[in-house]
Design a protein around this ligand. Structure first.
Ligand code: MG
Ligand code: MG
Length: 250
């Protein structure tokens, strides 16, 4: 069942989203060659705590950190680690959730480490574009398949792989609520969007093929062909009018 959110719930989701955006603002500043992904997790944790919020990911199904830090061919759910040191030319996807007043904000972004090559630049630009293409269809009366189709169109145009086993989701009192959102047109994703729904849209696109696998740590998802992958996500409120991004600075 898809739960619509009240004005009060949306207010708290905006606060949660603001904190998530503060984390991303800081990540963008500090990501550079030579730092560890564990350090990024420590910084994110401090920001979330300083803002009287709870790191949503920590302990979620046993996840051991407050951010997911996925480097290069890693797609999502990478562990921040002391021995993962970023180097010039890497890309790193940071996914972070914060819970404020019982409500969740969830947002991911892929960052360049120093100077990256043109193919990685193209991947980041197109994946971000696909996120906003999908969001532009988050309107009362549209179906979720319209959102998936908009994302897929960008991937097809850029000849990028689409990760199919993971996707967007309703978000609110829980990080993962109904509905699931495929990042492509399925032909059956006919859920109709209504004002008051809050949904995280999160395309994951690859420079190579679609296929991914989970590493032995049971969490880290990587591309099978070891080609780089990018991930961009915002939590979005559907309204009668334009969609509202909740995971921005408010
Ligand atoms: Mg996320
Ligand atoms: Mg999410």
């Amino acid at each position: 069942m898809i739960k619509k959110k009240s004005r009060e719930e949306i207010k708290r989701m905006k606060q949660a989203g603001h904190i998530v955006a503060l984390v991303h603002q800081e990540m963008k500043k500090i990501i550079k060659p030579g730092i560890t992904t564990k350090y990024l997790d420590d910084v994110a944790m401090q920001i979330i705590k300083d803002n009287r919020a709870i790191p949503t990911f920590l302990g979620y199904n046993g996840f051991p950190a407050c951010i997911c830090a996925s480097v290069n061919e890693q797609v999502v759910h990478g562990f921040p680690l002391e021995n993962v040191i970023l180097k010039e030319g890497d890309i790193i996807s940071i996914d972070v959730g914060a819970t404020y007043g019982g409500l969740v904000g969830d947002s991911a972004w892929t960052y360049p480490v120093g100077e990256i090559d043109d193919e990685k630049k193209r991947l980041l630009k197109a994946t971000e574009e696909s996120l906003f293409a999908g969001i532009s269809f988050m309107k009362d009366g549209n179906t979720l398949d319209m959102v998936g189709e908009a994302i897929e169109k960008v991937a097809i145009r850029e000849k990028l792989g689409i990760v199919r086993q993971y996707g967007g989701h309703g978000v609110g009192h829980n990080m993962h609520e109904d509905p699931f959102v495929y990042n492509y047109k399925t032909g059956y994703q006919n859920t109709v969007l209504k004002a008051g729904m809050t949904i995280a849209i999160e395309p994951m696109l690859n420079l190579g093929g679609d296929d991914v696998e989970v590493l032995e740590d049971k969490w880290t998802v990587k591309t099978i062909d070891n080609m780089p992958s990018a991930h961009f996500e915002h939590t979005v409120l559907v309204t009668e009018d334009e969609p509202v991004l909740l995971t921005t600075l408010h």
